[in-house]
Design a protein around this ligand. Structure first.
Ligand code: HEC
Length: 102
C-alpha cells in the first residue's frame, strides 16, 4: 500500500514538472519559418552563397544568433529587420524546427 502511494506521488510529481517545462514546438517553428524561406530556402537550404543554410544547424547556436540580431549585437541589413517581430517563444521554436531537419 505504502509503495503504491509512493509510486503515485512520484508519477504526479513528474507530471507536474513535465507540464511546467514547455518544450520548443517544432510545428510552430515550421509555420513561422514561412518568412525565412525567401532567403534561407525551403527547409533551410539557401540558394545564394551569401545566405547561410539553417538546416541541421545546432539549436542553441541558431537561437543565440537570432537573439544577437534582435539585440543588435550582430548586424546584417537583410537579417536584422527579419527578427524584430519574433518573440522569445518564436525564436526557440524556429531554432527547434531548423535543427530538427536532417
Ligand atoms: C531577406 C533575406 C533574409 C530573410 C528573409 C531571413 N534571413 Fe536569416 N540571414 C540572412 C542573411 C543575409 C544572413 C547572413 C548574415 C551575415 O552575413 O551575418 C542571415 C543569417 C541568419 C542566421 C545566422 C546563421 C549562421 O550560421 O550564423 C540565422 C539563425 C537566421 N538568419 C535565421 C533566420 C530566420 C529564423 C528567418 C525567418 C524569421 C530569417 N533568417 C529570414 C538573410 C535573411
Amino acid at each position: 500500500m505504502r509503495a503504491r502511494i509512493m509510486i503515485l506521488l512520484a508519477a504526479s510529481t513528474f507530471l507536474l514538472i513535465s507540464t511546467n517545462i514547455k518544450a520548443a514546438d517544432i510545428e510552430a517553428g515550421k509555420t513561422k519559418s514561412q518568412t525565412c524561406i525567401a532567403c534561407h530556402g525551403v527547409e533551410g537550404v539557401s540558394s545564394n552563397s551569401l545566405w547561410p543554410n539553417l538546416k541541421g544547424q545546432q539549436k542553441g547556436y541558431l537561437a543565440k544568433q537570432i537573439k544577437a540580431f534582435k539585440s543588435g549585437s550582430r548586424k546584417d541589413p537583410l537579417m536584422s529587420s527579419m527578427v524584430t517581430a519574433l518573440t522569445g517563444d518564436d525564436i526557440e521554436n524556429l531554432a527547434a524546427y531548423y535543427s530538427s531537419l536532417k
